[in-house]
Design a protein around this ligand. Structure first.
Ligand SMILES: [Zn+2]
Length: 72
């Protein structure tokens, strides 16, 4: 298992390189596309996509993460 340095989630270690622009494990950042697709699949106009992006960025703050970001 590998623990993401940003959000702390523990995932099976696939020995992926961490991203250059986010304080995250490679395994965690691989889940981001699925997370981005979730609100589209849900088709809920009340769900604001930017909230999901901001939450993910806040969870992975520090290290190489920029203070203002659009996605990790
Ligand atoms: Zn993470």
């Amino acid at each position: 298992m590998i623990q993401c340095p940003g959000c702390g989630v523990k995932l099976p270690n696939r020995h992926l390189d961490p991203p250059d622009r986010a304080n995250a494990s490679g395994e965690c950042i691989q889940l981001y596309p699925d997370l981005r697709c979730y609100p589209v699949a849900k088709q809920d106009p009340g769900f604001i996509h930017q909230h999901m992006v901001d939450t993910c960025a806040a969870q992975h703050g520090g290290g190489p993460t920029r203070p203002i970001t659009e996605s990790p």
